[in-house]
Design a protein around this ligand. Structure first.
Ligand SMILES: O=C(O)C(=O)C[C@H](O)C(=O)CO
Ligand SMILES: [Zn+2]
Length: 280
């Protein structure tokens, strides 16, 4: 078996409020996405969002058709977003070849039957972080380079949240059904992401932290704004953020993270901000 597939039930805020550390981690944390020559997928019942990691080393890996999807093929009723966080990758989608460098993104549209993933150099393998959401229209597959991203700079060094948001797979850049993905890079000395924090009842979200230096870690905050909990996270781990939850983190150093979301709309700015002094 070249892949693992796990399902996570959706949880209510009342249920999450009762959870201890290990229950929070079991429900929301995805601790290992990258295993050599393997693919890992976790389906959240929040918006039926799939989070995955593919690490092709010795051979090309093909997008599988997990029986849990009850589909003819993975993307029969889904769309896929990929951001490469490793060495150069080659992705072939129904015969079309895409070369994906570090921090480049690829959107693969609904209806694509065959997708294969390989590394250009096994000594520096590609690490393909992926998100997938249900889709009902076959938009064209499209690669998005860093230069094509919509870039927003937020925060300041004084409040330790100076960061650059690279909107890669958003509707100003590529047409998608409901998927949005991007990458936020924190400046040296800045450790807080998404502060002031927000919720968006219309969309769930997943955060994937990477470029966390050795020996450092991220304290990720979740929960209703007046009932927050935290999950300590390591490099290259991901966490599910329900639509009722804030999603914000502070690191013991700067780092980078990928955000991805799906749900009711494609409006990145549709957020309900929480005043910092109101958080509990
Ligand atoms: O640092 C930030 O702020 C973010 O990157 C926020 C995410 O993009 C987000 O939560 C979008 O809903
Ligand atoms: Zn958000």
């Amino acid at each position: 078996m070249k892949y693992t597939f796990e399902s996570r039930w959706a949880t209510s805020p009342a249920e999450a409020k009762q959870m201890d550390t290990s229950a929070l981690r079991a429900h929301f944390l995805m601790p290992q996405l990258f295993v050599p020559d393997q693919m890992s997928f976790t389906l959240s019942h929040f918006d039926r969002y799939i989070t995955g990691g593919i690490l092709p080393v010795a051979e090309a890996l093909n997008l599988p058709n997990p029986p849990e999807l009850r589909a003819e093929f993975f993307l029969q009723r889904r769309e896929l977003g990929i951001i490469n966080v490793g060495g150069p990758a080659q992705i072939i989608a129904d015969g079309e070849t895409f070369e994906l460098a570090f921090k480049e993104a690829l959107y693969i549209g609904q209806g694509t039957r065959e997708v294969s993933f390989s590394s250009a150099d096994p000594a520096n393998p590609a690490k393909l972080y992926l998100n997938s959401a249900p889709a009902h229209h076959p938009y064209p597959s499209k690669k998005v380079t860093r230069n094509e991203a919509e870039v927003v700079e937020l925060g300041s060094a004084a409040t330790a949240n100076h960061r650059v948001i690279n909107k890669l797979l958003v509707n100003s850049v590529v047409q998608t059904c409901q998927l949005q993905m991007g990458m936020t890079e924190l400046k040296t000395g800045s450790v807080w992401n998404t502060m002031p924090a927000h919720t968006h009842d219309r969309r769930m979200e997943v955060y994937f932290y990477f470029e966390v230096p050795d020996g450092q870690a991220i304290c990720h905050f979740m929960g209703e704004p007046q009932e927050t909990r935290h999950i300590w996270m390591q490099n290259e781990q991901a966490v599910i953020s329900p639509n009722w939850s804030i999603h914000s983190g502070s690191g013991t150093s700067n780092y980078t993270f990928i955000w991805g979301m799906a749900g009711e709309n494609l409006d990145y700015g549709d957020m309900d901000h929480c005043a910092i002094t109101d958080l509990r």
